[in-house]
Design a protein around this ligand. Structure first.
Ligand code: 5GP
Length: 111
């Protein structure tokens, strides 16, 4: 079981900013920008690499949640969404998640 499943199950606290039947969004504990939100499916997909074609509607839903949360948190100057996958992608929690970062200009390319 991952730390994100424990957050879904309310076993450990998180600063939740959005929730619906399919997903949960909460502030990253180690924010890399003034606003840093993690959007996760309640269904435990380990990574983007391990998702399947059947997950297409759910993955689209996560991006729509990112858009809604960006409006809710007034990221009017723009924002970035990131999905790290696997070791080289820098994924550290094996429960698929979309990072939503904003509140400052973000550099490119990432490290
Ligand atoms: P990854 O490196 O897998 O793309 O992103 C995992 C993110 O989860 C990291 O940015 C890390 O700060 C965040 N994180 C890890 N543990 C916790 C936790 O217990 N609570 C919250 N809110 N974020 C966490």
């Amino acid at each position: 079981m991952t730390i994100f499943q424990r957050i879904i199950d309310r076993e450990i606290p998180a600063d939740i900013v959005y929730e619906d039947d399919l997903s949960l969004a909460f502030r990253d504990i180690n924010g890399q920008a003034p606003t840093h939100i993690l959007i996760i499916p309640k269904q435990a997909i380990p990574s983007l690499a391990e998702s399947t074609d059947e997950d297409t509607p759910l993955l689209g839903h996560l991006l729509m949640v990112a858009r809604k949360v960006a409006v809710q948190l007034q990221l009017t100057n723009g924002y970035r969404t990131v999905i790290n996958s696997g070791r080289d992608g820098g994924q550290s929690v094996n429960h698929l998640h979309v990072h939503l970062l904003g509140g400052r200009p973000l550099g490119w390319p990432p490290g």
